[in-house]
Structures are given as structure tokens and as C-alpha cells.
Design a protein around this ligand. Structure first.
Ligand SMILES: *[C@@H]1O[C@H](CO)[C@@H](O)[C@H](O)[C@H]1NC(C)=O
Ligand SMILES: *[C@@H]1O[C@H](CO)[C@@H](O)[C@H](O)[C@H]1NC(C)=O
Ligand SMILES: *[C@@H]1O[C@H](CO)[C@@H](O)[C@H](O)[C@H]1NC(C)=O
Ligand SMILES: *[C@@H]1O[C@H](CO)[C@@H](O)[C@H](O)[C@H]1NC(C)=O
Ligand SMILES: *[C@@H]1O[C@H](CO)[C@@H](O)[C@H](O)[C@H]1NC(C)=O
Ligand SMILES: [Cu+2]
Length: 425
């Protein structure tokens, strides 16, 4: 039986650390793997990007090993006690965009275009601007924005949101793959426009927007957050190539940050406002807020979910955007820079795949604690303003007209122990 036998992080490094110069040179803790073998994992990120990329891969492999082992041997009863029915045969593996074949990439974007051509389920009496099934997700996100960010539900809500989007691509649009993710660490190294995700080719997620010069800085903040200013990107206009070249954004803007400072809006963003998809790819933001070093530190340093989720979203007042803001503001544009309407850019789901993967790896480092009640912190309102009850395992997550059924946070705390059944490569 292997109940508590694995994921025991013995910090053997602690007694040695005083003799060593820099935190990133601390020896790694010994980890006992599910199969009884031991390995070492990093306890701090290397500032050398290439080394940090290796560390990230090592952490992801560890998570895979742990979860794979927990799903093994269903017939012999050797399996960990689980709530769901997920097993190795039903397990989905979500992969990084660049590791998909050109054909697989095309199948994904074709399915997204299909979703954009299907009828919406949201009644236009409630949201006059919805024009497609794809817009159901956008309007659900707009409707719930202030109760799903800087809340106790942030991670679980976006996990469910992305999962149902993946399910709709599969069940309503014939897609046979799984939700791919965007590895920010990779694009920070290559540059966004040179990456297979954003190079503008037919097998990309489309590329940059047309270049608009003299744009001025982007200033984000407000809603109780202090301001952060950074340069605009290398695009700014309509996306000019790739699968989403002709895409129409129907909803928003609600709070779209624009070059030169400030935001623009179209009221509640729910009325019909057709316009082109715009991007403003911003390497500066990717490299500064979502590089390999930062991602590894996010996974190995926070020991409680409050620190983890706040670091991920950017601790207000620190000038940090976290990897969450880092990804959103590196795509830029409209609706990419709109806190409410951001799922209107299909790249959103690759970004949130990566957010979910980061949480998944972090959870797996201490599965028992981080997938239960101790793995939740926060309330049901943005920075608890206005004050609201604490989020718990029983808190309901409801995706409105996008997809049902409503579930509890409990169902979303693991990607393999409840109704969900996937891992990340
Ligand atoms: C875990 O299982 C998945 C699916 O079978 C496989 O793709 C992956 O390589 C496995 N990971 C490890 C580290 O064995
Ligand atoms: C965009 O629309 C035009 C006209 O309908 C069509 O010819 C073209 O193939 C479309 N491009 C893409 C990338 O879908
Ligand atoms: C990498 O990310 C970390 C954490 O966000 C940041 O402190 C550092 O400045 C970044 N490195 C570069 C070269 O921007
Ligand atoms: C809500 O969470 C906070 C922070 O963890 C805790 O101090 C407080 O006691 C909780 N409130 C209730 C009603 O459980
Ligand atoms: C918006 O949220 C409210 C309550 O959370 C819900 O009653 C309403 O149906 C939602 N509207 C849409 C369009 O999802
Ligand atoms: Cu969101």
C-alpha cells in the first residue's frame, strides 16, 4: 500500500544552506517516488534560463510519475483511494503546442473555428451580443469576472472553464485531441513571433496584429490594485494571418487597457460590437513576468495556496503581474488586454492550460494537502471586496450557459481523483 509513502519532501538541504552562497545553489530535497525510488527536485529556480527550463521539465516529469503511478494497477487494487473513475486507459494527456504535429495543430484551430460557427446557447435576451457557441464562454467569463479572480475560486473555476471548452471542441466539433497549452518559458526564450504558437503560419494560433507605431505604455491596475506600467508590444492592430485572420470578436470591451494609459469600454460589454481580433505581442512582458526562472520559483517556493495563487496573479502593490498577468499582457490587444473579455482571443485557453498545468505540478508536490481543504484560500469576491464568505470544498462552480452541470470546488481539486481525468506533458 502506498498511502503516505510518496511525495514526502525531506528538506535535507536545510542544514547545509548556510554554507552556500546563493539560494539557487541549494541542494535539492530528496523525494521518494511512488515506486519507492528516490530523486531530487529543485528547491529554488536557477537564474540561468536554460537550467531553469530543465528544472521545469524535471518538475513536470515528477508530477506525471506521481499521477501515473496513482492510476496504475486498477485490477490488483494497488491504486490509491480515489473518488473518481479515472484510470490509465481513460487518461487524457494535454500537450505543449510546439510538440503537436502540424496536423494536430490544424485540427485544434479547425475545431475552434467550428465552435465559432455554432449557435450560441446564451439567450440574446440576456446577452444581446452573443453570436456563437464560442461566445458562450466569453459571456460567462464577463458575467463572473469579479467573482473568479483574486478569489478562492480562481484556480478551480478556470480549470473547469478550460475543461468544458475542451469538451465542447471534442463533443460538439469533432476534435479528437486534448487542450494544448502555451509554455511561456519557451516563448520567453524564442520570442513570441518566432514560436510555433504565434508565428502566424497556418499551423499557429495566428500571429501578431498589424504594427501600430507610437503606441505609448500600457498601464494596468485599478480595482484596488496599484498601477503597473510597461511598454506596448510590436503589433496592436488586427491579426493579419493564420487561422484566426478573419475572426470577429463580438462582445466587449469592458475594461481594455490601451496604449498611452487608461482603459476603454463599451458598457457592460454584452451588446453586439463586431470587430477584428487584435494582438499586440509583447516580449518584454513575457520575458519579465513569465520566464522559466519565475515559473520554477512559483512552483517550488510557495508552501501554501494563498502565496501560490497570489504570486501567480501578481501580489498587489509589488509591481508584479505574475505568470497569469504575464501571459495575458504578452498577447495584448483586444480582447487580450481586457480582464473581462480575454477569453474572446482563442489563445486564452492555451494560456489557461499553462496556468492549470502550473497549479497541477504545484499540487502534485504535496498532493494530500494541496488537493484538499487546505488547498483553498480566499473568498468569493475580488480581493474580498465586498467581503464575502470563504471559498470551501462545497462552493459551487457554475459556468452558466457555456456548459453544465454546476459542480463543487471539491470536484475540481484534482485532475485525476474526481470527475476530471487528464494530466499535462
Ligand atoms: C504518464 O502517462 C502518460 C499517458 O500514458 C504518458 O504519456 C507519460 O509519458 C507518462 N509519464 C511518465 C513520466 O511516465
Ligand atoms: C478569410 O475570409 C476570406 C473571404 O471569406 C477567405 O477567402 C479566406 O480564406 C479566409 N481566410 C482564413 C485564414 O480563413
Ligand atoms: C524572470 O522572472 C523573474 C520573476 O518574475 C523576474 O524577477 C526576473 O526579472 C525575470 N528575468 C528577466 C530577465 O526579466
Ligand atoms: C476564512 O478564512 C480566514 C483566512 O484563512 C480565516 O481566518 C477565517 O477564520 C475564515 N472564516 C470562516 C468563517 O471560516
Ligand atoms: C450571470 O450571473 C448570474 C448570477 O451569477 C446568473 O443568474 C445569470 O444567468 C448569468 N448570466 C449569464 C448570461 O450567464
Ligand atoms: Cu479569467
Amino acid at each position: 500500500m502506498r498511502f503516505a509513502s510518496h511525495v514526502v519532501l525531506c528538506v535535507v538541504a536545510s542544514t547545509l544552506s548556510t554554507a552556500l552562497p546563493a539560494p539557487q545553489e541549494e541542494p535539492s530535497p530528496t523525494v521518494t517516488l511512488a515506486d519507492g525510488a528516490t530523486t531530487t527536485l529543485p528547491t529554488a529556480a536557477s537564474t540561468d534560463i536554460a537550467v531553469a527550463i530543465d528544472q521545469l521539465e524535471q518538475l513536470a516529469n515528477f508530477a506525471q510519475d506521481e499521477v501515473n503511478a496513482s492510476l496504475e494497477d486498477t485490477t490488483t487494487g494497488k491504486r490509491m483511494q480515489k473518488r473518481g473513475t479515472c484510470n490509465r486507459k481513460t487518461l487524457a494527456v494535454r500537450r505543449e503546442w510546439g510538440s503537436l504535429s502540424p496536423k494536430e495543430r490544424k485540427a485544434y484551430t479547425t475545431a475552434v473555428l467550428c465552435l465559432q460557427s455554432k449557435q450560441a446557447k446564451t439567450p440574446t435576451s440576456l446577452v444581446p451580443g452573443v453570436r456563437s457557441r464560442f461566445d458562450d464562454w466569453v459571456s460567462t467569463h464577463i458575467n463572473q469576472t469579479m467573482t473568479i479572480h483574486y478569489t478562492g475560486t480562481f484556480l478551480a473555476w478556470h480549470r473547469y472553464f478550460t475543461w468544458h471548452y475542451e469538451q465542447a471542441l471534442r463533443n460538439e466539433c469533432g476534435y479528437t485531441g486534448y487542450q494544448p497549452y502555451w509554455d511561456w518559458a519557451k516563448t520567453a526564450q524564442t520570442g513570441l513571433e518566432k514560436s510555433p504558437i504565434l508565428d502566424g503560419s497556418d499551423t499557429s494560433m495566428s500571429g501578431n496584429g498589424e504594427f501600430i507605431p507610437d503606441a505609448g505604455n500600457i498601464v494596468v491596475g485599478g480595482d484596488g490594485l496599484s498601477e503597473i506600467s510597461f511598454p506596448a508590444g510590436s503589433g496592436g492592430g488586427c491579426v493579419t494571418s493564420g487561422p484566426f485572420k478573419n475572426m470577429t470578436v463580438n462582445l466587449g470591451p469592458v475594461s481594455e487597457s490601451v496604449p498611452g494609459g487608461g482603459t476603454i469600454s463599451n458598457g457592460d460589454g454584452l451588446s453586439y460590437n463586431p470587430r477584428c481580433l487584435k494582438r499586440d505581442l509583447t516580449d518584454f512582458v513575457n520575458q519579465r513576468f513569465a520566464n522559466a526562472t519565475g515559473v520554477v520559483d512559483l512552483i517550488v517556493k510557495p508552501q501554501d495556496v494563498e502565496t501560490f495563487q497570489m504570486t501567480m496573479q501578481g501580489v498587489p502593490g509589488t509591481g508584479e503581474l505574475g505568470v497569469h498577468g504575464g501571459g495575458h499582457y504578452s498577447m495584448g490587444g483586444d480582447p487580450g488586454r481586457d480582464f473581462f473579455v480575454s477569453p474572446g482571443d482563442p489563445l486564452f485557453y492555451l494560456h489557461h492550460g499553462a496556468i492549470d498545468r502550473t497549479w497541477w505540478i504545484w499540487q502534485t508536490l504535496d498532493k494530500k494537502t494541496r488537493s484538499g481543504a487546505e488547498g483553498i484560500s480566499g473568498t468569493g469576491t475580488f480581493l474580498n471586496n465586498p467581503a464575502s464568505p470563504n471559498t470551501t470544498l462545497d462552493t459551487i462552480i457554475d459556468l452558466g450557459f457555456s456548459a453544465g452541470p454546476a459542480v463543487t470546488v471539491r470536484d475540481l481539486m484534482s485532475t485525476t481523483d474526481g470527475p476530471l481525468c487528464y494530466i499535462y506533458q
